[in-house]
Design a protein around this ligand. Sequence first.
Ligand SMILES: Nc1ncnc2c1ncn2[C@@H]1O[C@H](COP(=O)(O)OP(=O)(O)O)[C@@H](O)[C@H]1O
Ligand SMILES: [Mg+2]
Length: 226
Amino acid sequence: MIELRNVTKTYARAHTHAIKDLSFQVNEGEFIYITGHSGAGKSTVLGLILRRILPTSGKVLVAGHDISQIRQSRIPYLRRKIGMVFQDHRLLKNLSALDNVTFALRAIGESEDLEQRSLAMLRQVGLAHKRKAFPMELSLGEQQRVAIARALVTDPPLLLCDEPTGNLDPDTSWEILELLNDINLRGTTILVATHARDLVDQMRRRTLVLRHGLVIRDDESGGFSL
Ligand SMILES: Nc1ncnc2c1ncn2[C@@H]1O[C@H](COP(=O)(O)OP(=O)(O)O)[C@@H](O)[C@H]1O
Ligand SMILES: [Mg+2]
């Protein structure tokens, strides 16, 4: 589903590579953690997949297409296939949980069963009972659940999460990672970038460890294969 082939990314004013000769594949239905210290290149990898960042050299293939070659007019179509969750949930503070999710459907021009579909999605993340609450009235973990619902309501085959537990305490982080696990079991391919190596090690999923833009490990079942 995704393939990076010998990708190097050098930022104009930086002295070193953010990513250096990076190659890996993610198959449909996979769950993969990308870990490494701050500055290791995790967000750059996600940006490359979203085509927010273009590689300095190498290829990024999504569903078999070299995304640096696709027409400008196809970029929104590519992004529509990818759900995104950030560390700061980026919810609209003047909209209820339900309306935040519905907003994502409206944004892509959907007009049918918006509330029903959004509510079903909130139910999947365990928050149907909070549908009328505004972001300020939700805990950080609940806010992140709404953000996950919003990212998934358009039914993208791929979900990218950048430090989704960055603002959360360990127990809540664990719950969010379990939720992502469940979502993956229902078929969504998921990439999670996180520096929280200890948590990741407990999840026993494929883990790519980056250091200074290089893959130093690609472990099929996370820390437990040590
Ligand atoms: N827009 C940018 N301009 C210059 N350097 C950048 C930019 N974005 C990231 N970098 C550098 O690229 C490296 C990797 O960054 P990043 O992918 O954000 O790492 P991570 O997400 O693992 O913390 C870091 O050294 C960072 O300083
Ligand atoms: Mg980052």
